[in-house]
Write a protein that binds this ligand. Structure first.
Ligand SMILES: [Zn+2]
Length: 765
């Protein structure tokens, strides 16, 4: 008979939870073993753990221009694991914010960032609360993982050693009573209720957790630490870093909390032997729990401040006093700040009660200590907050306060790639299929244009007169700025400007972002606008094109267009036209590598025959009708269309001579080369490419048949065009699909747009 479902379910649960009890405390000497095995992991303050958490989730980052000597390390970071995956609501960091954030995090490793409040300041709808929530959640995850583990002090006061009287069960009467009472009492806090379970029968010690989550290494008396660590660790790189790197200063500087210090002193006094004191010191994993306020606390403006700022535990106090037989030596008193010592204390918004909290925090940070009754408590936490710019008035004007606060701007998204990611995340990746390539990103650019400052002194100082780029960029250089914010350098910059794009200039341009993204369409606005456009125009048989996009803003929603910089839509369309023309050029040229080879081989072969004859080419296997027109068509790309008949004849003779005297007899027959590896082929190829690049758009400009064939591509009528044109059109469409992400239908539609709007002529100077 099979076991009943309840037993089975419980057994499965039991198996899944085995080994998950991290709360196991180990004696101090065992902790030292762990310390020797994992010194980098276990000797970290909260700033260092936070740094490691972020770099673990974010990784190295990606630089598009690794060889650029003027690089300012403005690189692409992948924040998906930190802010997007496994979250209730994702947060999208644009490249600007990502770099700002990573620079802040970099400084954490060095250990110089204590005694500061990091305040993220951004407008409503920029996602700053989501940012903070996701960040804290990741921190909690990381702290619970092996990579994020640290230890904290827990005392086990041995009753036998301290000479307490035991009853027949081996448990003091007082304690049994205390444990019972404590379960029903609120004053001890949740963690202490959990601790109460440890006072089960036969418990031979009183457990006193350090409320400040002190790292056990701090229990080594300060003046002894250099010698102690010198003996403990091998002479390796870590020891060197510990001794000489600033980031480890705190290891030699910080003191344990007053409870731990006074317990240590009292026990040493009573027992007279440090070994016996250390035998009562244990270490257990520091477990963070945001909901309990252990290690992480987040305060909302509406959260009332505690009636009393001092936390005590009278029952534990009584027990400690009884063991030490002196009620005044150790006072188990601490503040709420102790619970987030070595952890994170965060303010969600600077309104309501959080204003008071900020001022209180400021006093603590300025002095480094604060009073709990008459006891001084030290707090080393990571202080974080988010705020609206309008709440600045609560902070600014208090010089001493602003000195301690580091403001980090968090804005609406300023880079188009990230903005597109947001739409995809909300509406699904498939939305892209409804847009012609580049058009979705252009929608994002329209949204972003409303968020930028009108003028950019840094760009104007660099570019001078923006009108020189009027074919690709708007007068305010917003399109240039957006490209730079996305981490790219536009290909259309002239050589001088490219050269003058120095590190200093780059820093100035990126610095302008500090004051941008605080006005214009918010994140929520953008999503609403996108939804409006998408639901009105997304169809299975029809793409959203630049015409759709511009029409939407100009005709359907002039109310939105008013919020855009003047002339921006026109400039955006010009830049788009320029870009797709580049795609067309490259696609026409690219396919010709194969075509070029075939043309050249056929040409070299055909020259050995009289005109008017037919022959099968020995290289390509194609059946050639060798006529003057056949040769001229290829010569148009070797000599240019303007070449006279005599020049053509001369060229044919010279080429044929070279072919028979060297190419065929020497290189192919004697040296065994492939025709494509011969000198003649290389020379002809160079000529062909030169003329091809010059003339690549000619079919668009001069050949009405080509343009009509484009429109008829995919229809019955397409078959009526001559072979060459059909070949050219098919290769163009195929390359646009393969190289630039068009569907066949999309590529055709884009080409028709190029033809109908005469875009080749627009850029044909
Ligand atoms: Zn302590």
């Amino acid at each position: 008979m099979s076991r009943d479902p309840i037993t089975q379910a419980m057994a499965a649960l039991h198996a899944s939870q085995r080994g998950f009890d991290q709360s196991q405390a180990v004696p101090f000497t065992d902790f030292l073993q762990l310390l020797r095995a994992h010194p980098e992991r276990l000797i970290r303050n909260v700033h260092q753990v936070f740094h490691d958490m972020v770099t673990t989730y974010v990784g190295q980052g990606f630089d598009e221009y690794p060889e650029d000597p003027e690089s300012i390390n403005f690189i692409g970071y992948d924040f998906r694991r930190l802010f997007v995956e496994n979250t209730d609501q994702p947060f999208f960091a644009d490249r600007i914010f990502a770099n700002r954030f990573m620079n802040m995090i970099d400084a954490f490793r060095g250990g110089a960032q204590q005694n500061k409040i990091f305040m993220f300041e951004g407008p409503p709808g920029c996602g700053k609360s989501i940012f903070l929530n996701n960040l804290l959640r990741r921190f909690e995850d990381y702290a619970a993982s092996e990579a994020g583990q640290r230890y904290e002090v827990v005392w086990r006061l041995d009753r036998q050693v301290l000479g307490e009287h035991f009853d027949a069960d081996g448990q003091p009467v007082l304690d049994r009573l205390a444990a019972l009472l404590e379960n029903a009492s609120e004053s001890g806090g949740l963690r202490d209720v959990a601790d109460a379970h440890r006072f089960a029968p036969r418990q031979t010690f009183v457990e006193v957790p350090c409320p400040s989550h002190d790292n056990p290494i701090l229990m080594v008396p300060k003046d002894q630490r250099p010698a102690f660590f010198d003996l403990l660790f091998e002479n390796d790189e870590f020891k060197w870093n510990l001794s000489y790197n600033k980031e480890y200063d705190w290891v030699f500087r910080d003191t344990p909390c007053t409870i731990c210090s006074s317990l240590y002193q009292a026990l040493l006094h009573k027992l007279g032997d440090p070994d016996r004191v250390f035998s009562m010191i244990h270490a257990r994993p520091y477990q963070m729990d945001r909901r309990l306020g252990e290690g992480i606390s987040v305060f909302n403006p509406g959260d009332r401040t505690a009636r009393t700022t001092v936390v005590s535990n009278p029952l534990l106090q009584r027990r400690i006093s009884a063991l030490l037989q002196d009620s005044n030596q150790v006072r188990y008193l601490f503040s709420r700040y102790a619970r987030t010592n070595n952890g994170i204390y965060a303010l969600m918004d600077l309104k309501g009660h959080n204003k008071d909290r900020l001022f209180e925090l400021h006093n603590i940070i300025s002095d480094g200590v604060h009073k709990v009754d008459e006891i001084e408590e030290r707090v080393n936490s990571l202080f974080l907050g988010v705020m609206n710019p309008e709440d600045n008035k609560n902070v600014h004007g208090f010089q001493s306060l602003t000195d301690r606060i580091e403001f980090i701007s968090i804005s609406y998204v300023l880079d188009s790639a990230t903005e597109v990611e947001i739409y995809k995340n909300i509406f699904g990746n498939h939305i892209e299929d409804n847009f012609l390539p580049r058009v979705l990103e252009n929608f994002a650019r329209v949204i972003i244009s409303s968020r930028l400052n009108e003028k950019s002194p840094a760009l104007l100082e660099w570019i001078g007169d923006p009108r020189k780029y009027r074919l690709y960029c708007d007068e305010n250089l917003h399109l240039l700025k957006m490209t730079i914010y996305t981490g790219l350098i536009p290909a259309w910059l002239d050589e001088d400007d490219r050269r003058n794009f120095t590190a200093k200039r780059r820093r100035k341009i990126i610095a302008e972002a500090e004051t941008e993204g605080h006005v214009g369409f918010s994140g929520r606005d953008a999503i609403d606008i996108f939804h409006d456009l998408y639901s009105a125009h997304a169809r299975d048989d029809q793409f959203i094109t630049m015409d759709t996009l511009c029409g939407y803003f100009v005709k359907a929603r002039p109310d939105l267009a008013k919020q855009l910089p003047a002339g921006f839509l026109d400039s955006l369309r010009r830049m788009y036209n320029y870009q797709i023309l580049q795609e067309v050029k490259e696609s026409l040229y690219y396919y010709n590598e194969d075509q070029i080879a075939r043309d050249l081989m056929n040409y070299m072969f055909a020259l050995n025959y009289e005109t008017g004859t037919t022959a099968v080419c020995g290289f390509t296997g194609e059946k050639l009708e060798i006529t003057g027109a056949f040769l001229s068509a290829i010569e148009d790309r070797l000599l240019g269309t303007g070449a006279r008949e005599t020049r053509r004849q001369e060229f044919r003779d010279a080429t044929q001579r070279e072919y028979t005297s060297r190419t065929l007899t020497q290189e192919i027959m004697v040296e065994g080369r492939d025709i494509r590896e011969t000198q003649l082929f290389a020379d002809l190829h160079k000529r062909y490419v030169f003329h091809l690049k010059e003339k690549v758009l000619e079919p668009f400009l001069k050949n009405a048949n080509f343009r009509r064939a484009l429109k008829d591509y995919g229809t019955e009528d397409f078959r009526t065009y001559d072979k060459r044109i059909r070949g050219d059109v098919t290769f163009l469409i195929t390359n646009l699909s393969d190289r630039f992400g068009y569907t066949e239908m999309g590529a055709r539609e884009m080409c028709i747009y190029v033809v109908d709007n005469d875009i080749a002529a627009e850029f044909h100077a």
